[in-house]
Write a protein that binds this ligand. Structure first.
Ligand code: ZN
Length: 125
C-alpha cells in the first residue's frame, strides 16, 4: 500500500488528527485573550471530529462539522473533479512543494498518452 495514495476514507479517519496538528496552538490561548472564543470553537470542532465513528461516518459528516468539504474530499489536480482517491505525484508534499494529486482516470489517460507517443515511429525513432 502506497502512502502516497489518499482515499476519502483516509481523510475521514485522519480528520481529527490533522485538525489537531493544524490548530494545536488553540489549547494554549488563555481566557481573556481576544482569540479565546474562536480557539474554544476550534477545540469543540476537534472533539466532534474525534467522536465520529470513523468507519461509519461519511465525508458529508466531516463537512457538516467543519463547514466545508476541504478536509474530507479528494480533488484531482489534473481534472479538478472530486474523486474517491488520488495519487500524490511530483515532490513529496511540504510547504511550497511542486506536488499534484492525480485521479485514476487521469493517470490512465497519461499512461495511454505515453504509450501512444512511444508507439509513434515519428516520435520514437
Ligand atoms: Zn483527474
Amino acid at each position: 500500500m502506497s502512502d502516497r495514495v489518499t482515499t476519502v476514507r483516509d481523510l475521514i479517519r485522519t480528520a481529527d488528527r490533522r485538525w489537531a496538528e493544524q490548530y494545536h496552538r488553540c489549547s494554549s490561548v488563555p481566557p481573556g485573550d481576544p482569540g479565546y472564543a474562536r480557539a474554544q470553537e476550534t477545540i469543540a470542532t476537534y472533539r466532534k471530529l474525534a467522536d465520529l465513528d470513523k468507519e461509519a461516518a461519511s465525508a458529508a459528516d466531516v463537512e457538516a462539522i467543519i463547514g466545508n468539504n476541504s478536509w474530507s474530499s479528494c480533488t484531482c489536480s489534473e481534472c479538478g473533479k472530486a474523486v474517491p482517491a488520488v495519487r500524490e505525484c511530483g515532490q513529496p508534499r511540504e510547504y511550497d512543494s511542486s506536488t499534484a494529486d492525480i485521479c485514476r482516470a487521469c493517470l490512465a489517460k497519461a499512461l495511454a498518452e505515453i504509450d501512444a507517443a512511444l508507439a509513434d515511429p515519428g516520435r520514437n525513432a
